[in-house]
Design a protein around this ligand. Sequence first.
Ligand SMILES: [Zn+2]
Length: 112
Amino acid sequence: MFCPRCSQQQTSDEVRFCPRCGFQLNFVAELIPNNGVVVTREAEPQKKPARLRRKGVRLGAKLIVLSAFLLPLAVALSVNFDSPIPFWVPFIIFLLGLAQAVYTLLFGKHDL
Ligand SMILES: [Zn+2]
């Protein structure tokens, strides 16, 4: 990267100021990957509910996956202790994940 004011070559693209003339380079560094287009962040808050909803669904999916991983362990424990109680743990996690995903899908929609 070169300084737009004095054409001094910069050692790194992450420098904030030109060491020769003091020109601010952090904006220039932002323009380069966007082909000189100034990045506006106005559209971001509108996208937030959709992103939050996706996050909630992903959390639910993670809980369902976790319960699937715990299921063989729970079955082994149930057989070992001759009791169905360990089997309830992944079942409850699965229900929580499912409830989380369904809740986010149903109630997250009203925010848009
Ligand atoms: Zn300069």
